[in-house]
Design a protein around this ligand. Structure first.
Ligand code: ZN
Length: 468
């Protein structure tokens, strides 16, 4: 039987990554992500299209929810195999999955209460997709692997993980299988990072691949000749200090928060900004930062230099990890210029909403965005220059300065993706463009065909393709 690939998520959309490879009579799932786009969320609730009991192993590229967020449900529904990933991915996934379970439990309680009050039923069950206990139950399945050391994941099937340079521990996965005397290599890009990012390595080039699944989040654009990110942050810090205000930074807990600390540390070392009190007010980001501190083997050269010279970005004078919510509330009464980094990254929940409520109407303050703000989120409305927003049930005038720092993207753009693909030495038999909105994936597919003459497909949800 030839190998077969099923596209069960992130096919002409971005989230819900899930690819099932049938090989040598085994079923291998690469990623088991949560759908986060509103129009696809109902797929999270449906039974898996393939019985989880029949899946032999999972290979996980990285710890973002759109790649790992449905693992607890997979285990709850009967999966009994191993989940192969790097140790850092396993450690970060634990933190992220527990947080996700907590949010789902809270949402379910809130929904049940609201629906009861309004005497109606919602679109989805008033239950969490999975609980913290379900998340805990999936952790024993994690089997840590090292980069570049192939592991046997099924009979005659080997998986090797390579640094994808996207977030700490992120991987490109190469699966090599021999069936009826024929050897085939299938390469899963996962999410590909950008060259010259702080802390992590550049994405590794892979020479060997018969079939490639490549992400295309930014496959239809080229990142602008980036504004000097350090300089832009320094300008915000210095101007806000001059005004005597506070800086509120909504941030994702994984990678973005640590990269921001990295830049601030460098600005302090270069004396481009005056000593500054920085509060990382996100217990999840603080826990993830601990994983960063533990895995020095994943640092790039500059980061190693900083740590060896006692200049760790996670320990500079003035940096404080905020624990309890009382400590968080106490930040309201602090005088002088401070920076508060808090989640959630798009201001849809979390402690940042309280800080925004308390600070957004004071013209001395700055709200500094360091990440993408999706349409419909509070972050996007603030960034769009609205005069007034509703936060925690109250209308607030926006009088604070709003700044956007670019250059933080964790995804390769069109040209960087092509450069990564050109790392393969022989023409691949076929390339599948996944993990991009329909338009982005299609345009990247066209571009790739035109530039390389390769066979390129943009599979749709539930497509099945034989890899001969
Ligand atoms: Zn990712």
């Amino acid at each position: 039987m030839p190998m077969k690939l099923q596209f069960l998520g992130a096919a002409q959309n971005v989230t819900g990554s899930r690819h099932l490879l049938h090989v040598n009579g085994a079923k291998l799932l690469v990623d088991c992500g949560l759908y986060q786009e509103r129009q696809f969320q109902e797929r999270n609730w449906k039974p898996f299209t393939v019985d989880p009991k029949s899946i032999d192993a999972v290979c996980l590229t990285h710890a973002h929810l759109d790649h790992c967020g449905l693992l607890p449900k997979l285990v709850k529904d009967g999966f009994r195999g191993k989940i192969y990933c790097t140790a850092a991915t396993a450690e970060i996934a634990r933190i992220i999955l527990l947080d996700s379970a907590k949010i789902q439990e809270e949402d379910a309680r809130y929904k049940a209460k609201r629906h009861k009050k309004e005497g109606r039923k919602g679109r989805y069950p008033e239950q969490p997709l999975y609980t913290a206990a379900d998340a805990e139950a999936c952790f024993p399945h994690f089997a840590p692997v090292r980069y570049k050391k192939p592991v046997q994941v099924a009979s005659g099937v080997e998986a090797a993980f390579y640094d994808a340079g996207h977030v700490l521990g992120s991987s490109i996965i190469k699966i090599k299988a021999t069936e009826d005397g024929t050897q085939r290599t299938v390469l899963f890009s996962g999410d590909i990072g950008r060259p010259r990012r702080p802390i992590v390595h550049d994405p590794e080039l892979i020479a060997e691949a018969d079939y490639i699944l490549v992400e295309s989040t930014y496959g239809d654009r080229v990142h602008q000749g980036s504004q000097d990110t350090r300089k832009a942050i320094a300008e915000v810090v210095n101007a806000t200090k001059e005004a005597g205000g506070k800086i509120i930074v909504p941030s994702f807990a994984l990678e973005r928060a640590q990269e921001l600390l990295y830049y601030i540390n460098e600005l302090l070392l270069a004396k481009a900004i005056a000593p500054l009190k920085v509060f990382l007010d996100s217990p999840m980001a603080a826990r993830i930062t601990k994983v960063f501190q533990k895995h020095r083997e994943l640092y790039d050269e500059e980061m190693i230099d900083h740590v060896e010279n006692n200049e760790s970005p996670f320990k500079f004078a003035g940096l404080k990890m905020v624990g309890t919510s009382d400590e968080s509330k106490a930040l309201n009464h602090m005088k002088g210029t401070i920076m508060i980094i808090a989640g959630s990254g798009m201001c849809t929940g979390g402690r940042v909403k309280h800080h925004l409520a308390n600070n957004i109407s004071d013209p001395r303050n700055t709200i500094m965005f360091v990440g993408y703000q999706a349409v419909g989120t509070l972050g996007r409305r603030i960034l769009n220059g609205e005069k007034e927003v509703r936060i925690l049930g109250q209308k607030r005038r926006i009088k604070a300065r709003v700044a956007k720092i670019s250059g933080f993207s964790a995804h390769a753009d069109r040209d960087e993706l092509l450069k990564w693909l050109r790392g393969v030495e022989r023409t691949p038999r076929k390339v599948f463009v996944v993990h991009g909105e329909s338009e982005s994936a299609t345009r990247f597919g066209d571009y790739l065909r035109q530039e390389t003459g390769w066979q390129v497909a943009v599979p749709a949800y539930r497509d099945e393709i034989v890899l001969d």
